[in-house]
Design a protein around this ligand. Structure first.
Ligand code: ATP
Ligand code: MG
Length: 446
């Protein structure tokens, strides 16, 4: 009978192990070798723990020793982790049952290799998990797509808005540009009209200038003819008046001398005015005499003083000081005479009886410097800048005879002599004119 049982046990595909209450393997079939690598001889008499994971074996002992726990596991299939002889873990499906023999309790465990089944179920489980994961991923992807789409829509909206704004700006810029263009066209049109008007005015001015030039030419011609024509009779009047004065008996002369002198002074005045007008015409026509010659500058000044002294006021005194080693210079006599006579006659005219007039002359290598100072009425501060203008006369000189041409002519003459003029003056105290001109020593004497 035992033999049949043994054969039966060997015919079963599962490993069957019988243990006692202490966990000692009492019996097992050969299938154990297929599942865990041990032959029955190798494990019989050993604790069931050799076939299990440490933790499991500990638990197993506990199960066996704990009443309610081992009751719970009895008759139920469980998966436990067994240890193969080669040390690897093997999942085992175990079904425990118990039986009694002579008051001893034995436990029978039917073990089946569960690795594949477990794997299959694991795979199913995994598939499920994967499906779940996939589903979640799908959801995530859907969410992401929807998020992306709404992002795209927002971006598109913003872009469209930006485009609309840009268009608006562009439109207003174009509008502004068009307005500016119209404005500019208008301005160009107006400018054109103004230019045309300017051209017409220019033509008118040109015509007026030509007319004025013609008139000026005519005036100059008249002045120069008149001056020439006046000169001879004036010289005759002057010399005849002098002769009359000389031939008159002394008793008559006493009575008439005052009148004779008046005639002489007026004729000289008239002659000077004619000289000035003639000079002016010469300047305007560029016909100024620039001929240079050797002259004695001290003698020339003395002659001028004498000429002016004739019509000087009572007790006016000329004080002439010179610091010149060699008075022989090269210049234009007529121009210099004109300059000094004008300055000296101004000094006489615009100062008082008994006043002094100081003349000083000095030089350096090639330039001569002269000054004419008086103690007269002076020049008002606010009119100094106009002094050398043609026909200018200061307010405080209105009651003194003059045409306002003298200084203008003096300046022109000095410029023609490479010289210059300036002045210092205080109203009520006096005036000093300072001039300079070149000694043209290099110029060949003619
Ligand atoms: P003329 O043409 O007969 O010389 P004018 O003496 O008035 O006339 P300028 O010699 O050009 O003319 O002088 C211009 C003005 O300058 C004078 O009218 C006078 O107001 C002022 N002026 C010139 N010299 C003196 C001076 N020495 N003292 C004060 N004022 C002067
Ligand atoms: Mg003068």
């Amino acid at each position: 009978m035992l033999k049949e049982i043994s054969l039966f046990l060997e015919s079963i595909n599962d490993a069957i192990i019988v243990i006692d209450q202490k966990g000692i393997i009492i019996q097992c079939n050969k299938m154990l070798e297929n599942i865990l690598g041990y032959t029955p001889e190798e494990v019989i008499g050993k604790n069931i723990g050799v076939l299990m994971e440490n933790e499991m074996s500990a638990n197993h002992n506990t199960y066996l020793n704990s009443d309610d726990k081992h009751i719970r596991v009895l008759g139920k299939e469980r998966v436990i982790l067994g240890v193969h002889k080669d040390g690897t873990n093997v999942r085992l499906l175990i079904n425990l049952s118990q039986f009694e023999d002579h008051e001893q309790t034995y436990y029978t465990g039917i073990l089946r290799n569960f690795t594949n089944e477990v794997n299959n179920s694991d795979a199913a489980e995994r598939n499920k998990e994967l499906e779940e994961e996939l589903r979640k991923k799908d959801l995530q992807i859907e969410q992401t797509i929807s998020d992306l789409y709404s992002l795209y829509l927002n971006a598109k909206k913003a872009e469209e808005q930006e485009l609309r704004d840009k268009n608006k700006k562009l439109e207003s810029a174009i509008k502004e540009l068009n307005e500016n263009k119209t404005k500019l066209e208008h301005e160009i049109f107006e400018k054109k009209i103004a230019e045309d008007r300017l051209l017409i005015i220019q033509d008118e001015i040109k015509a007026a200038l030509e007319k004025e030039k013609e008139l000026n030419d005519l005036k100059s011609k008249f002045i120069s003819i008149a001056s020439h024509e006046f000169r001879t009779p004036l010289t005759t009047i002057l010399s005849s008046t002098n002769l009359i004065g000389r031939y008159l008996p002394p008793d008559v002369l006493v009575k008439t001398e005052k009148h004779i002198n008046r005639i002489i002074s007026s004729v000289r005045n008239l002659t000077q005015i004619l000289e000035d007008f003639l000079s002016l015409t010469k300047f305007d026509e560029g016909k100024i005499n620039t001929q240079m010659q050797e002259l004695n500058i001290i003698d020339l000044i003395k002659v001028c003083i004498e000429e002016v002294n004739v019509f000087s006021k009572k007790d006016q005194e000329f004080i002439f000081k010179n610091n010149i080693e060699n008075p022989i210079i090269v210049s234009n006599i007529q121009s210099l005479k004109n300059v000094f006579i004008n300055l000296l006659s101004n000094a006489v005219k615009y100062s008082f009886e008994g006043s002094k007039i100081y003349i000083h002359i000095y030089n350096d290598d090639e330039t001569l410097y002269a000054s004419v100072r008086d103690e007269g009425i002076g020049i008002p501060k606010n009119q100094k800048e106009y002094l050398f203008q043609r026909f200018f006369r200061a307010d405080n000189a209105i009651n003194i005879q003059g045409t306002g041409l003298g200084l203008f002519i003096v300046k022109k003459y000095l410029e023609s002599l490479n010289g210059s003029i300036n002045f210092e003056s205080e109203e009520g105290k006096g005036t000093q004119f300072n001039i300079s001109f070149k000694n043209e020593i290099e110029v060949p004497v003619t």
